[in-house]
Write a protein that binds this ligand. Structure first.
Ligand code: NAD
Length: 469
């Protein structure tokens, strides 16, 4: 258990809610159940802190670099707590922490350009990028620290302050992270609030917030956008995905099978840009299904704190119920569970890694986002048919193409309708790239300089090139 005492936000009512360990299904701690009316004081404080924080970019960069060091130094406290409440293997919790520190360093050193522009007339327009004010961030439970850092690193580097709400399924590691960061950041610059709904809804619509940055499901994203419309604040939405992996005729199945398997099953499939459906040429279909099923059968599933576990439990009971529902529906629709297809007979929220073959293409496990350790594999006849199926969805987060001829694979990738397309791998992101889902997978751009500018507004000064009377 953490030794550090998280700093409590003002006005806490004293109410708490239980936090469950998904490896046992038992409560192991609790978190403050902050009430919507407490947000006024929190946002006021973020506004006050903004005055000092926005003033000095060099001081901000120094504080963010110190914050990155503090996060790394607290890894041994943060990682077990994250695994306990989220379920993922300990090594993956450490990876989240490393990513959080790396992201703080990346944005600390990123400076917005300030440059004059001209349209040919003798007038110079100089653009100076200014912060927005207090920003709200709302994040889900699949990568609590990594996704929180994707919000606070660019927002704070840009000179904003932030109020951040983690999922009520995973509040504890984020609270501890807030406490670790508070050793490097001035009071009020980053405040973590925890609680159940309508806390998030109130935060999204709070009149003192100038930008709402949200990661989560499409239905909640719609609610957040509607809430933010009340104060006309800027909105960035990073939403669900249903990424397709298209395997080409020349793919070397054995060579790519491990990478393809983990692109679908890492974090128990609870990754927005996981591979959620595989399209394989008819000729290779049985070989692909068998290669994936072999890996699903042999992977060690167990509590994340057990060093032998490569896959943990599904993260929470509603998510487990959703995975069971999609799987049962697919089986009822005529799919075949080559391996798995059921819960594991043990305490906690464990589901057997599942490979589904012969799945009707209109079964919800193909058309919706299962977000769990279940992967449908579908055969295709012509490549055009595969690309059409991959694009025939309201989602547009990512996609991948797998083959030996890289130029050909890239030409196919170019036809995918999504924000990021990978060749022979999936879901790897550079801190320096833009990350933006299309269609219903997102609004706005995160990542890289685009993520920084998403947290800034242009302020333009016009002046003539020469003094005029
Ligand atoms: P969710 O939408 O249920 O919850 C996300 C967050 O919103 C949580 O903090 C939740 O408490 C809060 N919330 C719930 N109702 C709200 C409301 N009415 N107003 C404001 N906030 C509210 O999502 P989830 O189940 O926690 O996460 C899984 C989803 O997140 C999946 O769809 C996944 O694809 C998506 N996701 C997307 C990305 C991305 O970058 N595109 C990354 C990770 C996860």
């Amino acid at each position: 258990m953490p030794t550090r005492q998280p700093r409590r936000a003002p006005g806490i009512s004293g109410r708490c809610f239980a936090v469950l360990d998904p490896a046992t299904g038992e409560a192991f701690d609790d978190a403050p159940d902050q009430q919507p009316d407490e947000l006024d004081a929190v946002v006021d404080r973020a506004h006050e802190a903004w005055r000092g924080w926005r003033a000095d970019r060099v001081a901000r960069a120094t504080a963010l670099l110190a914050a990155a060091d503090a996060v790394e130094a607290a890894g041994a406290e943060l990682a077990p707590l994250l695994t306990r409440e989220q379920g993922k293997p300990l090594a993956e919790s450490y990876a989240e922490i490393a990513r959080t520190a790396a992201r703080l360093r990346y944005f600390a050193e990123l400076e917005p350009g300030s440059r004059p522009v001209t349209d040919g007339r003798p007038v110079r327009s100089e653009i100076r990028w200014r912060p927005l004010g207090p920003v709200a961030a709302i994040v889900p439970w699949n990568f609590p620290l990594q996704l929180a850092s994707a919000k606070f690193a660019p927002a704070l580097a840009a000179g904003n302050t932030m109020v951040l709400k983690p999922s009520p399924f995973t509040p504890l590691a984020t609270r501890l992270l807030g406490s670790v960061l508070s050793t490097a950041l001035p009071e009020g610059v980053l405040t973590i609030v925890t609680g159940r709904e309508p806390l998030g809804a109130r935060l999204a619509s709070h009149p003192g917030i100038r930008h709402v940055t949200f990661t989560g499901s499409i239905p909640t994203g719609r609610a957040v956008a509607a809430g933010a419309a009340a104060s006309l604040s800027r909105v960035t939405l990073e939403l669900g995905g249903n990424d397709a992996a298209v395997l080409l005729e020349d793919v070397d199945v054995e060579r790519i099978a491990d990478r393809l398997f983990w692109a679908a099953f890492r974090n128990c499939g609870q990754v927005c840009m996981a591979v959620k459906r595989v399209y394989a040429p008819v000729r290779l279909y049985s070989q692909v299904v068998e290669a994936l099923a072999q890996r699903a059968k042999s992977v060690v599933v167990g509590p994340g704190l057990d060093p032998d576990s490569r896959l943990g439990p599904v993260s929470n009971a509603p998510q487990l119920a959703r995975v069971e529902r999609y799987t049962a529906q697919a089986l009822a629709d005529g799919a075949r569970a080559v391996t798995g297809g059921h819960r594991l007979d043990r305490p906690g929220y464990f589901f057997a890694p599942t490979i589904l073959a012969d799945v009707p293409p209109d079964s919800p496990v193909v058309t919706e986002e299962q977000f769990g350790p279940v992967l449908p594999v579908l055969p295709y006849g012509s490549l055009d048919e595969a690309i059409e199926a991959a694009n025939d969805t309201g989602f547009g987060l990512g996609g991948s193409v797998w083959g030996t001829d890289l130029d050909r694979a890239e030409a196919v990738a170019d036809r995918l309708e999504c924000g990021t397309a990978w060749i022979n791998h999936h879901a790897e992101l550079s801190l320096a790239q833009p990350f933006a889902g299309i269609k219903e997978s997102g609004v706005g751009v995160a990542g890289g300089p685009w993520g920084l500018y998403g947290n800034l507004r242009p302020f333009v000064v016009h002046r003539p090139e020469e003094a005029r009377p």
